[in-house]
Ligand binder design. Structure first.
Ligand SMILES: [Zn+2]
Length: 293
């Protein structure tokens, strides 16, 4: 499950090309004034809070798979299952920013429509007012591999820093995309946060939030590393003392400390090298295993 969001698209008007696409899904031809169109960012190619990342090739496949899929509004089950349909998808690339994989930052965007019926009025107002903007997106991928070694099963932990590279999981070969759903959020959450395409302040904020989440994971993994090696190097020092001692350190200091302890620990006792031994026999892959994301 991934989180997308409604984007404040500057292009609110519906073009004749849009109507052609929309009318592929309707039983009779609709006129532009009969539909409400909005945009979403479904996902991108950055490492998310689960420590996972879609490379651009996966986003390209998802772009095809999400076409025609519906987005349901969970807050209003009483009113029947209202749903918007995705009629257009695109990849938006920002060549000036890079994802963790070194690719240009790329977002999978979607445009969806809702018929302007009486029953949809409230939903439309909720989207326009920003009350509805978080979208849960899910799909299935055939393979999930380690960003460091490319294997499906390995001992590298997401968030772990190995030789300066932070391990994450790559989500490869999407096989299916499921309907997305809007999650009603309390009005305060995200108050004042406007998400936009392009260089809006909203996107900056969202990026900061993601970096903060990712940063926390990274910090936890660095702390765990320091505690592990410090227990080997100075076993007489209580873990709790060490734990509170590292709390005030910056990420850089924590990383330096982890490396120093690691070297000290390696001198003190022979450790198994991280990249070999025990795991070098490739396990046979399990056929057709799919991961629901
Ligand atoms: Zn690995």
């Amino acid at each position: 499950m991934k989180e997308g969001y409604v984007a404040e698209d500057l292009r609110q008007e519906v073009s004749p090309e849009d109507m052609e696409k929309i009318n592929q899904y309707t039983r009779r031809p609709y006129e532009p004034e009969e539909v409400y169109v909005f945009s979403m960012v479904l996902c991108d190619n950055r490492v998310d809070r689960d420590g996972e990342r879609f490379p651009i090739a996966s986003l390209e496949k998802l772009r095809e798979l999400f076409l025609g899929k519906t987005c349901i509004f969970e807050h209003d089950r009483a009113n029947g299952n209202q749903a918007a349909r995705i009629f257009d998808t695109a990849l938006m690339e920002d060549p000036e920013e890079l994802s963790e994989g070194g690719e240009p930052l790329t977002q999978l965007t979607a445009r969806a429509y809702l018929p302007r019926t009486k029953g949809n009025e409230e939903t439309i107002a909720r989207i326009d007012s920003g009350m509805l903007k978080e979208v849960s997106v899910s799909c299935a991928v055939a393979r999930r591999v380690c960003s460091l070694c490319g294997k499906e099963d390995c001992e590298h932990l997401p968030g772990e820093d190995i030789g300066g590279e932070i391990v994450h999981q790559l989500l490869l070969e999407p096989t299916d995309a499921y309907e997305c759903s809007f999650v009603a959020v309390p009005a305060q959450k995200g108050a004042g946060v406007t998400k936009r395409y392009g260089q809006g302040p909203g996107r900056g904020l969202r990026r900061l939030e993601e970096e903060a989440r990712w940063g926390r994971k990274y910090r936890e993994s660095l702390t765990a590393q320091v505690l592990k090696y410090s227990a080997l190097v100075q076993p007489e020092l209580p873990r709790e003392v060490m734990k509170s001692a590292v709390k005030g350190l910056s990420m850089g200091e924590l990383r330096a400390m982890g490396r120093t302890y690691e070297r000290m620990a390696q001198k003190a006792l022979p450790l198994r090298p991280q990249l070999s031994g025990g795991k070098d026999v490739t396990e046979p892959s399990v056929g057709n295993r799919a991961y629901k994301i």
